[in-house]
Design a protein around this ligand. Structure first.
Ligand code: SR1
Ligand code: MG
Length: 406
């Protein structure tokens, strides 16, 4: 009998004993320190470090209520999907996701590799750090994790088995509400609007019926296009990074959905980083370097995705009909359109909806935050309304320029 045979939400003091009981990792006499380091909206993340040996490990546990709100509850077994997908992504994208040592169905906890020497990307971006290898590494992650889990590559029966295993109704519903619905209709009255931008948002977002129609189309595409095993929440808080290397983690929103959902999320979050750099850089040089890096990275992610998609497609596609002339280009055009649409949706929901990003909320100067939010919303509308015309990285930079000019 162990006290970990029944679920309870662990505190820092419990976690070392828990790890010792579940896996062989630390020495018997180790005296490591445990710290809760999570800053996401849902779960608790503990890091245990043994300063004597330099060894450390991470434990992520699901609570019954969400960190973002006590009124929101979810099944505590949501980590199971996360542990499974990290295993799959680890096969397709070796080295780009942390290794899972154990998923415990009782305590609803994952014990995993500590991404030592990496910091959360959003935290680094807020300090205006740049990551020269990110575009290359994330585009590899995107092409491999998305294309290699799709019907054009996988045996169709195996793929359907995966679709079944990764039905993720509760987490998808959060996205369906927070990303695709509430920012437009606010029917749960949970939106949080920065007051100086209220009239802009009322006119440009709540009042724009054409925009609502396009968001509705994208919502039902998200729910019905079981294209690839997507991460489902690929913002810069789901990346751990340094100058040399990238880890993607936190895929608890994973399910079979459109590829563009992951690609667009990353692009939108780099626009938030750009806005932060634009508003808070302390010198023209810092602004030029950081904002310039954000733009090059956005452009390269899209262009490298296209380049690698074409190479991998030619190499690994199995379905004979997917090899019919013109299909590769058609399939890519659908992905790119969805990518632009998702970029717009993510930009809008983080400005108008419940779940915010620090890149924007930490801009203290009111006028600068007003400008940042309006730039995001203008790019967003362009991306959603004209999504079929976003065909390469440069199109996103043009959208930013247009938004700046008003
Ligand atoms: C209720 S959870 C709010 C947001 O946090 C997660 O990271 C997802 O982005 C979700 O939409
Ligand atoms: Mg998360």
């Amino acid at each position: 009998m162990s006290r970990f045979d029944q679920y309870f939400l662990m505190k820092e003091k419990d976690v070392f004993e828990y790890v010792q009981e579940k896996i062989k990792f630390f020495d018997k006499n180790a005296k490591p320190v445990c710290k809760e380091i999570g800053d996401g909206n849902l779960n608790y993340v503990f890091r245990i470090t043994d300063s004597m040996t330099g060894k450390s490990i991470v434990v992520k546990q699901a609570g019954e209520t969400l960190r973002i709100s006590d009124e929101m509850t979810l099944n505590v077994d949501r980590g199971k999907i996360e542990a499974q997908i990290l295993g799959i992504q680890g096969q397709f994208c070796p080295g780009l996701v942390p290794e899972v040592y154990l998923y415990d169905e009782v305590m609803c906890a994952i014990i995993m590799e500590d991404m030592i020497g990496h910091e959360m990307m959003r935290t680094g971006l807020l300090k205006h750090h740049t990551y020269p290898k990110f575009a290359d590494q994330i585009s590899t992650f995107l092409v491999n994790s998305l294309l290699l889990t799709s019907d054009v590559v996988l045996n169709h029966q195996d793929k359907k088995e995966l679709v079944k295993n990764f039905v993720n109704p509760e987490l998808c519903e959060i996205t369906e509400d927070l990303v695709f619905s509430e920012p437009y209709l606010d029917y749960n009255e949970r939106n949080i609007v920065f007051e100086p931008n209220r009239s802009f948002i009322e006119k440009e977002i709540y009042g724009d019926k054409k925009l609502h129609l396009e968001a509705a189309k994208l919502k039902f595409e998200f729910m019905n296009n079981a294209q690839s095993l997507v991460h489902g929440d690929l913002h810069t808080g789901s990346v751990f990074i340094n100058k040399e290397h990238t880890f993607v983690f936190d895929p608890e929103f994973a399910f079979y959905g459109p590829m563009g959902y992951d690609i667009g999320n990353i692009i939108a979050n780099l626009f938030f980083a750009w806005c932060n750099g634009d508003a808070t850089s302390t010198s023209p040089q810092e602004k030029e370097e950081f904002c310039g890096w954000c733009l090059v990275t956005i452009k390269e992610i899209v262009d490298k995705f296209i380049e690698k998609y074409n190479v991998v497609y030619d190499k690994v596609v199995k379905d004979p009909m997917a090899k019919v002339e013109g299909f590769k280009e058609y399939y890519l055009s659908q992905i790119l359109s969805n990518t632009a649409g998702t970029t717009g949706l993510e930009l809008i929901r983080r400005i108008v909806g419940l779940a915010k990003v620090k890149d924007i909320t930490s801009i203290e100067d009111t006028d600068k935050r007003v400008r940042a939010e309006q730039i995001c919303l203008k790019i967003a509308k362009d991306c959603i309304m004209n999504r079929d015309s976003f065909l390469c990285g440069d199109d996103y930079l043009k959208a930013l320029l247009k938004a700046i000019k008003g």
